[in-house]
Write a protein that binds this ligand. Structure first.
Ligand SMILES: [Zn+2]
Length: 138
């Protein structure tokens, strides 16, 4: 597979999230102190600053709704020049409305994208080992 796009770098703080994505599974960081999900993952909870964090699988059937979006008509990063216009959305997870994830909405025309649009997560293979969570309209 000839991928020109940047591949997300795994770090100490986010590797469970990306390892899950590579298995086509959504893994979220959760704070043991306040029980809130903390996304994107980091060294401490974004809500209370707690550093006792655990990881929780949400499985592979992830549905949500578009919370907000932009339409990009020019590539900001190499490899995206053939994907324009590109819809970049913040998606609210149906079963976890406090969790919002950023991703591209694929196979959706710029006429159809709207706030509240139901979407589901798919995983796009970047290489044989790495996959990227994305969204498609349902
Ligand atoms: Zn917390």
């Amino acid at each position: 597979m000839d991928n020109q796009k940047p591949i997300p770098v795994k770090t100490q703080d986010n590797s469970p999230y990306w390892d899950g994505a590579d298995r086509h599974e959504l893994i979220l960081q959760k704070c043991n102190s306040c029980q809130e999900y903390s996304h994107p993952p980091g060294p401490s909870c974004a809500k209370c600053g707690g550093t006792e964090l655990s990881w929780e699988s949400q499985g592979s059937e992830i549905s949500g709704k578009v919370y907000s979006y932009i339409i990009s008509y020019r590539p900001f990063l190499p490899g995206f020049q053939d994907d324009l216009p590109l819809i970049i959305a913040i998606v609210e997870i149906d079963k976890l409305p406090n969790v919002r994830l950023i991703g591209n909405v694929l196979q959706c025309s710029t006429d159809d994208i709207r706030i509240g649009l139901p979407v589901k997560m798919i995983w796009k293979e970047l290489t044989e080992e790495r996959s990227l969570p994305q969204w498609i309209q349902v």
